[in-house]
Every structure is written in C-alpha cells, then in structure tokens.
Write a protein that binds this ligand. Structure first.
Ligand SMILES: Cc1cc2nc3c(=O)[nH]c(=O)nc-3n(C[C@H](O)[C@H](O)[C@H](O)COP(=O)(O)O)c2cc1C
Length: 160
C-alpha cells in the first residue's frame, strides 16, 4: 500500500457493521459454487441494480469472471456455519445446502432472509477487487429471522 498502514486501514474499515451474504453462481458445465461476502450494497431502484466486490486473489475468480449471473443470499444469524463454510479456501461447492433453481440459472439458498437473482450488468476493475454489478431479475424474502452481522472482524448479534 502506498502511504496507508494496511492493517490499520482494514481495522478502520471493520468499524462499518454489515450483514453477511453468500453469493452463488453456476457456470455452464461446472458445479455451482458460493462465496461469503459483506461488500454487498444496493445501487439503483430503476433499473434494479446491486453490487458486491470480489477479491482478485479469490480461488472463485475464474467462475465469477465468466458467469452470466449470480444470486445474493442474505444470511440469518442461524446460518453462521454456512458463512464460515463459504469463506474457506478451496471448498466452494454447495453439496448438502438446501437450494432451489433460480430464473438466472443459479441456485439460491432457501433458508436465507432474502435472495436477489441477478444477471451480470457490469464488471468494473477496482484495484485488487472487481466490482460485480448485478441487475435484479427476481427476488424472494422468505424469512423475517434475525440477520447475521459482521463487525470488527467478527460475528455479533443485534441488540434486542
Ligand atoms: C464476513 C466475511 C466477509 C467477506 N467478504 C468478502 C467480500 O466482500 N469479497 C471477497 O472477495 N471476499 C470476501 N470474504 C472472503 C471470502 O469469503 C474468502 O476469501 C473466500 O471464500 C475463500 O477463498 P480464497 O481463499 O480463495 O479467497 C469475506 C469473508 C468473510 C468471513
């Protein structure tokens, strides 16, 4: 990093409490995969656009570079184990995870708070990440459970 202290910068960014999502995708002829992210953001209502950012060093990069779509699955607190599973290197497969087939050709997680099924709108190069912009084709909001929260590098609960 040029002039900033990288560790201190990461720590300061961690003050921004976020939800947690698993992004799922499926490239034709390959097994579906997922990755845990907290860089999700809404972008536009009309047209309906969202974004998330992918680390160029991720072992999932090759799939997300060529996929036609992806789905954002917003996690409930009780899905902490899934968040841990899909943040591990080299284990991106969805075996044993309850999913349904989405309209965008990607599986979506049935136990999530919300799912946003997207086609790829744009990929923007941004330093050591790629900004993935998705156009929302369909969404589901099947649960009103407590969300999973990430803050200061760890998971935490919402105050009642
Ligand atoms: C709470 C949390 C949020 C994360 N957010 C992102 C993110 O927004 N973008 C990203 O590329 N990786 C993110 N990661 C890291 C990836 O989940 C992890 O690097 C990847 O799944 C493991 O593969 P890799 O070692 O090849 O990167 C996050 C991890 C956690 C635990």
């Amino acid at each position: 990093m040029t002039s900033l202290d990288s560790r201190a910068f990461r720590n300061a960014l961690g003050e921004f409490a976020t939800g947690v999502a698993i992004v799922t995708t499926q490239v034709e002829g390959q097994d579906p995969i997922g990755i845990t992210v907290n860089s999700f953001s809404s972008v536009s209502l009309d047209p309906p656009l969202i974004l998330w950012c992918l680390d160029k060093g991720s072992d999932r990069l090759s799939a997300f570079e060529v996929c036609d779509g992806f789905t954002i699955n917003i996690l409930a607190a009780e899905q902490l184990d899934l968040s841990n599973r899909f943040s591990r290197s080299g284990q991106p497969g969805l075996e044993g995870v309850p999913v349904r087939d989405g309209v965008n050709g990607c599986p979506y997680l049935t136990g999530a708070l919300a799912n946003f099924e997207c086609s790829i709108d744009a990929r923007h190069d941004a330093g050591d990440h790629i900004i993935m912009v998705g156009r929302v084709l369909a969404f589901h909001q099947p649960s009103a459970a407590t969300p999973l929260i990430y803050h200061r590098g760890g998971y935490c609960a919402l105050a009642p």
